[in-house]
Structures are given as C-alpha cells and as structure tokens.
Design a protein around this ligand. Structure first.
Ligand SMILES: C[C@](O)(CO)[C@H](O)COP(=O)(O)OP(=O)(O)OC[C@H]1O[C@@H](n2ccc(N)nc2=O)[C@H](O)[C@@H]1O
Ligand SMILES: Nc1ncnc2c1ncn2[C@@H]1O[C@H](COP(=O)(O)OP(=O)(O)OP(=O)(O)O)[C@@H](O)[C@H]1O
Length: 280
C-alpha cells in the first residue's frame, strides 16, 4: 500500500485533576481519556524523494510549527528514512478546543508513517518519540481509552461504556500554555485513592477558564439544561453525555448559532488504529 487515509480522532478528558507542578513547569495530572468516532482526516502518499509535503487545510499553521510536519521529520530522522511523503489534511477539529486535534494529527502521522516507511517501531517506541511533540500524543499512539497519570503519558487502559456526546465549541481559542502558567490555576487536588468510578471527578481547569472566558461559562450553563456538562482539557470545548444518538442530536439541533458543535460516539479503540489494522 503506497497511499492510504487515517482519521485523527478527537479525545475528551472525562475528568482532569491537577495534582501538582513539576520543576520543568509541566503538571502532574490524573485524567480519563476517551476517543470519539470523529476527527481530522489525513491522507499519506509515499514518495521516492526525502521531501515531506503537507497540503490541505494548513492555513494559519506555519509548516515548521505544524505537528504533522514535525512528527514526520522526527520519525524520518529517528529511523534514517530516505523516502518522503505527501500528507493531505482535512481539518475538522477546532484548534485550541481541548479535543487534542494537533496531538491526534501528530500521532496518526507517526502511526501511518511507521507503516508506510516500514520503520517497525513498537507503539511504546512511537509514544516515546511522540511525547517530544506534546503530552497528549502518547494516548493517541496507545489508541485505547485510558486513565492517565504523570504529565498524561502514564497510561492504564480502561473499558468505557459507549456513550453519545454533544460537543460544543464556543468559538474561542484557548491556549493550553496560558492556562497551565496562570497563577490562579487549581493545582492541589490530591491523587485519587481507590476506584475512580466511586469518586467526585471534575476538570480542575474549568473554574479558571470560566472566569477568563465567559463564553465557556455560558456554554456549560446552556448544556446543563440537557445533562451534566463539563469542559475538556484546557477548553474551550464543553460536552454533555447521552445514552443515545437521538438525544445528543436533539441538543445539537437547538445549539445557538453563535457556537458550533458536533455529536459523536465514544470508542474504546481509536479509529486510527482500527483503520491501520485493516491495511496490509
Ligand atoms: C490539557 C491536556 O489536553 C489534557 O489532555 C494536555 O495535558 C495538554 O497536552 P498537549 O496540548 O499535548 O500539551 P503540550 O503541547 O505538551 O504542552 C502545552 C502546554 O501545556 C503545559 N502542560 C501540558 C501538559 C501537562 N501535563 N502540564 C503542562 O503544564 C506545557 O507546559 C505547555 O506549556
Ligand atoms: N496539525 C495541527 N492541528 C492543529 N493545531 C496544530 C497543528 N499543528 C500545530 N498546531 C498548533 O497547536 C495548537 C493547539 O492545537 P490543538 O488543536 O491540538 O489544541 P487543543 O485541542 O486545545 O489541544 P489539547 O487539548 O491537546 O491542549 C494550535 O493553536 C496550533 O497553533
């Protein structure tokens, strides 16, 4: 196979506790990741020269900053590959929305090129490369819904019940770095003891982001009319969970037109992995 497409799925942080700040500035977290059957679409085509070309919806992301390009260069150098690739991006996920679009693009690129270039790296090796690009990349490489610790890279796979989510983007871009460097961020939640399913779980970034970005507060309040609402990651997207597609769809149909949103079901295995395993 010299050309194929992969989804770069969205993630949701079903809860996000911040336990402390490390000397390097990164934060110790406990978070529950689920994947959605919804995301960006990337098409990879093998080329015989060593060049790496990224086309499609790349507006606003300079090539050297594009996590797709960075992932490809990282793997090419690591494995000393003399082939190249053309990568086309169809961007579906909101940027700076907390659904991990950039990290997922990077992870799908590493997974795809590992196959296309026949690098034969294990998922652990790919995750070790991936973390150089972002704390969220390893969970997308691992490809299983997971409880994460450390900076988000120590993963324990979990099986979650399938749910439908209505995800609302309040059309605000929130910088993850801005939230994590803010003096008022809550950073002192004790580590979970015992079964996480029996405990009160929340997103520790939520109260700060609501103050900094009133649209997020409004979104959470609006969703609350239908079901308990939460923010994902450092925002700005907020979500509510439903048992059926129909219930989620009804909420989306009532969405105020100043915001955008989508519905999607959760999956325990990342769609990128399911697609990759079907390619021979
Ligand atoms: C908030 C989450 O989305 C939760 O899943 C992630 O922890 C963020 O993951 P990410 O966007 O891949 O993060 P990176 O690109 O590595 O870092 C973005 C910014 O967030 C800070 N950051 C990130 C992860 C973490 N555990 N502690 C942090 O303080 C970094 O210092 C950096 O300033
Ligand atoms: N391929 C890419 N797709 C999206 N963003 C990218 C990409 N490459 C680099 N970036 C940069 O990364 C920033 C964060 O993007 P992303 O969409 O991953 O945010 P996010 O969903 O809030 O992530 P997270 O939840 O992991 O913090 C963007 O503002 C953009 O400058």
């Amino acid at each position: 196979m010299t050309s194929f497409s992969l989804l770069a799925p969205a993630k949701l942080n079903l809860f996000l506790h911040i336990n402390g700040r490390r000397e390097d500035g990164y934060h110790e977290l406990e978070t529950l990741f689920t994947f959605l059957n919804y995301g960006d679409e990337l098409t990879f085509t093998l080329t015989n020269t060593a060049s790496i070309e990224v086309t499609g919806d790349t507006q606003g992301i300079p090539l050297n900053d594009n996590l797709i390009y960075k992932a490809a260069i990282l793997l090419q150098n690591h494995c000393q590959i003399s082939f190249g690739v053309k990568i086309n991006l169809i961007k579906i996920l909101p940027m700076g929305g907390g659904v991990g679009g950039g990290s997922s693009d990077a992870a799908s690129t590493l997974l795809a090129l590992n196959k296309l270039w026949k690098c034969h790296l294990s998922l652990d090796e790919l995750a070790q490369l991936g973390i150089k690009l972002g704390a969220d990349v390893p969970v997308f490489i691992n490809g299983r819904s997971a409880l994460a610790q450390g900076i988000g890279e120590k993963l324990v796979d979990v099986e979650l019940e399938k749910k439908w989510f209505c995800v609302v983007h309040p059309n605000e871009h929130i910088s993850t770095a801005k939230i994590f460097t803010h003096p008022n961020l809550k950073r002192d939640t004790p580590k979970l003891k015992g079964d996480w399913q029996q405990q009160t779980l929340r997103n520790d970034c939520e109260s700060l982001v609501k103050k900094l970005c009133p649209e997020v507060e409004k979104t959470l309040q609006w969703l609350l009319k239908y079901a308990p609402s939460k923010m994902t990651g450092t925002g700005s997207c907020c979500f509510a969970e439903f048992a059926t597609q129909k219930e989620a769809q009804l909420v989306l149909e009532n969405l105020p037109n100043t915001w955008s949103g989508f519905i999607a079901s959760s999956v325990n295995i990342s769609p990128a992995h399911t697609q990759l395993n079907a390619i021979h």
